[in-house]
Ligand binder design. Structure first.
Ligand SMILES: [Zn+2]
Length: 130
């Protein structure tokens, strides 16, 4: 399973051991999934409350509204996964920097042995680690 996570989040390979990368992933993903859970619950509550209002105002048949609901949920879900991955990557890169392993927080490039304080991959300027 960890190999699968390492494929999705290549930052995990930079941690000193598999155990440390597991701890880092739990730290990073825990916050993201909690936020996603609350956003998802809020969206469901709004949908549940707004269902009858939408139907009474538009006069659309229930089947069409259900189709639209599924489509919106699918697109929202894909967007959530994409946004979550970006956020988890950023949290993992911050953890690597905290542990003294320099990586670009914007693109994940390995910043060891660089003379410049500019990322050669994305051009982002970074503060050298002490
Ligand atoms: Zn970069």
């Amino acid at each position: 399973m960890m190999r699968c996570y390492m494929w999705v989040f290549p930052e995990l390979r930079r941690f000193a051991s598999v155990r440390e990368s597991k701890i880092a992933l739990h730290k990073a993903a825990g916050r993201v999934y909690l936020a996603g859970y609350f956003i998802g619950c809020s969206l469901l509550a709004v949908l549940a409350g707004g269902w009858r209002v939408i139907q009474s105002h538009t006069g659309l048949p229930e089947l069409v509204l259900m189709g639209l609901g599924v489509a919106v949920a699918g697109v929202g879900g894909c967007f959530g996964v994409w946004l979550g991955r970006k956020r988890i990557c950023l949290l993992l890169r911050n953890q690597l920097n905290d542990q003294g392993i320099p990586v670009c927080t914007r693109c994940g490039y390995d910043l060891r042995c660089l003379r410049d304080n500019r990322c050669p991959e994305c051009g982002d300027i970074f503060e050298p680690l002490a």
